[in-house]
Design a binder for this molecule. Structure first.
Ligand SMILES: [Zn+2]
Length: 229
């Protein structure tokens, strides 16, 4: 009995440390768990990001040969080419993408794990990624950023963010200010294309046997584009 109770208490503590993102504890909590093991790349500048190329996928022949017969090709076919969404027998892909309400990706049942975060930033979701690989058996990760992302230039939204939490969520102003100060640097992006490219590179280094592909979702046409150098 005591063993079970202790296990529950330890689990509760672990969860509160891992998931706590309130007030000033945001950065500290993440550092205590996964952050230290996950070196953060510096963002590319806007200029560096603008030098990356976008590959449009408008037909089956547009898919680069390195992705033929892979979960990446299937994702591009399902979403861009409107392939029929027949259920899969087991998951093959982890889709990491921004939480933005305008993004909607077409996926069949049982095909993909999905993690949605601000900007598609997976720096703080490594346990879930590891789970999708180790337990779920996925072999590829598609990381999807998008144009007009709210996580770009977060600093300019500071007042709106703080006032919004005070007026809409019932926070006191000091807590809202501390929350923004502690957490916004962790999610702020300089350039969505550049960030997605580097974040995919970081994940590839961390999970070397997994195919990791950076993509951009264009809000204007709802299509996925491959990001390459
Ligand atoms: Zn976004």
């Amino acid at each position: 009995m005591y063993g079970q109770k202790s296990a529950i208490i330890i689990l509760s503590l672990a969860l509160s440390i891992t998931c706590g993102c309130a007030s000033t504890s945001c950065r500290k909590d993440y550092k205590q768990t996964c952050f230290k093991t996950s070196p953060v790349n510096k963002d590319l500048t806007k200029e560096q990001g603008s030098k990356l190329k976008l590959i449009a996928i408008n037909s089956a022949s547009d898919v680069p040969s390195e992705y033929k017969n892979t979960p990446i090709e299937k994702l591009l076919q399902y979403h861009n080419l409107k392939r029929k969404l027949s259920p899969h027998k087991k998951p093959e892909l982890l889709l990491g993408m921004c939480m933005d309400d305008r993004l909607q990706i077409l996926l069949p049942k049982n095909f993909a794990y999905v993690i949605r975060t601000g900007g598609g930033n997976l720096r703080y979701n490594e346990f879930q990624i590891s789970y999708a690989i180790a337990i779920g058996g996925i072999t590829s990760i598609a990381l999807v950023g998008h144009d007009d992302c709210g996580m770009v230039n977060l600093a300019a939204k500071k007042e709106k963010f703080i006032n919004g939490l005070v007026n809409k969520a019932g926070w006191d102003k000091k807590s809202a200010e501390e929350h923004f100060a502690a957490c916004s640097p962790m999610f702020e992006l300089t350039d969505a294309v550049g960030f997605t490219f580097l974040e995919a590179k970081r994940l590839k280094a961390k999970y070397p046997k997994i195919t990791v592909v950076p993509m951009l979702y264009k809000v204007e046409d709802n299509h996925l584009y491959l990001i390459t150098e």
